[in-house]
Design a protein around this ligand. Structure first.
Ligand code: C5P
Length: 299
């Protein structure tokens, strides 16, 4: 095999319930992840040393050294397999960079799967998921895809069956927002004490495949904190509601905003209205759930 390409989806959180800060610096979460049809492509091939290159939207904002989770994924897998981490990793970005859609985690998941395939390691899927969970809170979900309930810091996953696919308009903001900064701002005005619970309304809306039921149920505990840090986000969310979105929701820790549409036609209309909204740099129409990381045949 001269090279391997893996395609990995973005994620959104249909519920993001943030519990107490733990001793390890992470927050206890209950979250409902959904994989969305914006994709990064991760290609690996042989090299004398670890090397990262990037192209696609906002590629200049992606770190090229050990700060990149894909780099750490290659090093981790090489240590696991007892080999030199000699791989060139090329990232083709379709997921907004630093947007709260797990783009960095997707690249780590893609690099793990691509490198394991390239080196023909034959690792059990369970082991790959364990390695993924050690790299970051969202990396295991990027491998699994679909819809899953996440607990712990988001890495303990239970797959959820759903009754259909929903259309989402994704409004990408100019610039990123730091995930630790948004969690820290949340901690200044935390919600109710005690461990969060999965939302029966979100799970029911997903089971019925009903966008209206889902719209009434989606929630993100980080939304208020992100809007305090970046007040323009509240205006973007309001613009989507005014344009007729069934729901307006911050994606993860932001600053990307999500708007649920009734169907694909409605999504296209919303997207054209939102492209002129305050603070919106770019708009995508996407659908989910979609499958997790997968090797592209012949890629
Ligand atoms: O695990 P990941 O690298 O995605 O997390 C980035 C940062 O987000 C953490 O360092 C932490 O500040 C914050 N975080 C958190 N609780 C979580 C997940 C992330 O506080 N469950």
């Amino acid at each position: 095999m001269s090279r391997v390409t893996v395609r990995v989806p973005a994620k959104i959180n249909l519920q993001l319930a943030v519990g107490p800060l733990r001793d390890d610096g992470y927050h206890e979460l209950v979250t409902v992840f959904c994989a969305l049809s914006l994709w990064d492509e991760v290609t690996v091939e042989g090299s004398s040393r670890t090397l990262i290159t990037v192209d696609g939207e906002n590629a200049a904002a992606v770190p090229l050294g050990p700060d990149n989770l894909a780099w750490r994924a290659v090093e981790l897998l090489a240590a696991e397999a007892g080999r030199e981490p000699a791989l060139a990793v090329h990232l083709h970005k379709g997921i907004p960079v630093a947007g709260g859609m797990a783009g960095g985690s997707a690249d780590a998941a893609g690099a793990l799967l691509a490198a394991a395939t390239y080196w023909e390691l034959g690792l059990p899927r369970e082991r790959l998921l364990q390695l993924a969970a050690g790299l970051g809170s969202d990396v295991a979900f990027s491998l699994v895809g679909g819809v899953a309930l996440g607990r712990g810091r988001g890495e303990r996953l239970t797959t959820i069956e759903t009754g259909g696919t929903c259309t989402w308009v994704v409004a990408v903001a100019a610039g990123g927002l730091s995930t630790p900064a948004v969690y820290a701002e949340h901690d200044r005005q935390p919600g109710p004490a005690g461990p969060p619970e999965p939302s029966a309304a979100v799970l029911g809306g997903l089971a019925g495949g009903d966008p209206y039921a889902l719209a009434a149920a989606v929630s993100n505990d980080l939304q208020a904190a992100a809007c305090r840090l970046r007040p323009e986000l509240a205006r973007t969310l309001a613009a989507g509601r005014d344009a007729g979105a069934l729901a307006a929701l911050l994606s993860g820790s932001g600053p990307t905003c999500l708007f649920l549409a009734a169907d694909a036609m409605h999504g296209a209309r919303l997207a054209s209205m939102l492209s002129a909204a305050p603070g919106v740099r770019r708009v995508h129409v996407a659908h989910g759930p979609v499958p997790g990381a997968a090797v592209v045949p012949g890629g």
